[in-house]
Design a protein around this ligand. Structure first.
Ligand SMILES: *[C@@H]1O[C@H](CO)[C@@H](O)[C@H](O)[C@H]1NC(C)=O
Ligand SMILES: *[C@@H]1O[C@H](CO)[C@@H](O)[C@H](O)[C@H]1NC(C)=O
Ligand SMILES: *[C@@H]1O[C@H](CO)[C@@H](O)[C@H](O)[C@H]1NC(C)=O
Length: 469
């Protein structure tokens, strides 16, 4: 099993960013050095000295890399994962050096490639596969690449992966990509050649069956310890009802500033896809443009954005946003027509404007005929989530649905969709004083602040990293 899971901290993330910069700088100095050598060599054309210099300079670096991986392979041989007779595949940018190191270690048959998406080999070709830290970490399609590694490896074959990721969250995401593999060994090793701090080495063994790591166990999500500790590390819930009812949590800058986003606490690599679902999206600028695009830390991952918004007045502007999928429905617990109350209550100065719709009700259960104009299409949100996304996806949900959240979340807990959410921003609507001056409680929402707090607490207990919004 995993050695001590490292507590992810902001420092780790800062370090990651810093490390990227270091790599960029190294790359840049490499290019400068290369150009300088070329210029030097072009001034000494055809002299044997120039050629010899070029040769020795390059050989020295290559030798270091060969030596370094020879140590790695030697260790795998000593541990019994690799033998001289193993048909071996090594994947990494320094593929020539990998060939050298495998030969140096006495491995008779080996292939190397720098591809990190698909592999040009038949099914069940190799006994052992090895990935340097430049392969899976840098793959643009880690899920496709993991299938390729699995496809080309023989049953009972060993897969050895080097990764720069060290926190429990990303290591578990990585393991989730290989669900027909058994974890044999996981440890930090020292590769001195690069300006990196240490590499995590994972040894996996291919099994004949799929070993699913189920998140959903008998009606509740299974919450591993590393997720529990993330929830503990996030900002505490605000149990005291805000005194000023005009300032909701999200409008209070202090709250947003103190919010401990999951990608600030953990490395979110190795997910199949990255998804942001804005449930009750309103206008593009109300939160997708102003908050998610600008402020949510995305660790350079390509997020797919879904905006769920039934109000027609907002639909036009989403047509021009090609990268956002608009679902023009009201999130609900069934596919059925709904009517909505016209929101006649005048909003206070700090309430967001541009929302014409109030609480939704099932059209079937309504006694009064509301007319076509107020009818909208409701759709089963929990069902859609369950059918659209999987456990290996990274899913962020923002929900602001005018009181329907209690129904939606109940349904999501029932069908297990709740376990698919990695991080949630939930605005809970309670009977807060509607007008900022007169202190009357609004009858618009049935639940009080206490019910909202129960909802937040129960979500956190279920392993959902939920923030008050
Ligand atoms: C492989 O290793 C052997 C012995 O160590 C050496 O003689 C041979 O030249 C090497 N082959 C390559 C392609 O490096
Ligand atoms: C190779 O494996 C893949 C996936 O495991 C499978 O879809 C495909 O049919 C296999 N091809 C052959 C020739 O067996
Ligand atoms: C409900 O509506 C959504 C959106 O149109 C659709 O994707 C889904 O299949 C429907 N579900 C059922 C059970 O009809």
């Amino acid at each position: 099993m995993m050695n001590q899971p490292l507590l992810p901290t902001i420092a780790t993330i800062i370090h990651t960013i810093y490390r990227r910069k270091v790599i960029l700088r190294l790359l840049f100095s490499g290019i400068v050095l290369f150009l300088a050598t070329q210029i030097y060599l072009s001034t000494t054309t055809n002299t044997t000295a120039g050629a010899r210099y070029r040769k020795s300079w390059k050989l020295e670096i290559d030798d270091l890399i060969v030596q370094c991986y020879t140590i790695v392979f030697q260790n795998l041989i000593d541990s019994g994962f690799l033998t001289g007779d193993s048909k071996t595949l090594a994947v990494g940018t320094q593929f020539l050096e990998l060939t050298g190191a495998l030969n140096e270690s006495g491995v008779k048959y080996s292939k190397t490639t720098k591809r990190n998406d698909w592999l040009p080999y038949d099914n069940h070709t190799f006994d052992v596969e090895f990935c340097t830290h430049t392969s899976l970490d840098y793959s643009l399609n880690p899920s496709g690449f993991s299938s390729e590694l699995s496809r080309t490896l023989k049953p009972d074959g060993y897969l050895i992966i080097h990764t720069e990721s060290k926190d429990s969250y990303s290591l578990n995401s990585l393991l989730d990509l290989f669900d027909s593999f058994k974890l044999i060994r996981s440890r930090e090793i020292d590769i001195r050649h690069w300006s990196i701090e240490g590499i995590h080495e994972i040894v996996l063994k291919k099994q004949n069956k799929i070993l699913r790591r189920r998140r959903m166990i008998a009606g509740s999500c299974s919450v591993p310890a590393y997720k529990k500790s993330l929830i503990q590390d996030s900002e505490p819930l605000v149990f005291k009802e805000p005194l000023n009812p005009c300032i909701s949590i999200k409008n209070n800058f202090e709250n947003v500033k103190n919010m401990r986003y999951l990608p600030l606490m953990a490395d979110i690599s190795f997910k199949t896809q990255y998804v942001y679902i804005d449930v009750g999206a309103k206008s593009y600028g109300s939160s997708i443009g102003s908050w998610f695009k600008k402020l949510y830390p995305k660790q350079e991952k390509p997020f797919k954005i879904f905006a769920i918004e039934a109000d027609k007045q907002f639909h036009e502007e989403y047509k021009s946003k090609k990268k956002i999928t608009l679902l023009p429905y009201e999130p609900w617990v069934r596919n059925e027509s709904l009517f909505f109350e016209i929101n006649r209550v005048s909003n206070g100065p700090n309430e967001e404007r541009g929302r014409g719709m109030g609480r939704v009700q099932s059209a079937q259960t309504s006694s009064s005929y509301m007319g076509d104009i107020n009818k909208i299409q409701g759709f089963d949100f929990a069902d859609w989530m369950k059918n659209s996304f999987g456990e290996k996806d990274f899913v962020v949900v923002k929900m602001d649905v005018d009181g329907t959240e209690f129904d939606l979340i109940k349904k999501m807990i029932e069908n297990g969709a709740i376990c698919l959410i990695d991080e949630m921003f939930l605005e809970c609507h309670y009977d807060r004083k509607q007008r900022c001056s007169d202190g009357e409680r609004s009858s618009r929402y049935q639940n009080g602040y206490e019910e909202c707090m129960k909802l937040y607490s129960s979500l956190r207990e279920k392993g959902v990293l939920v923030h008050q919004w």
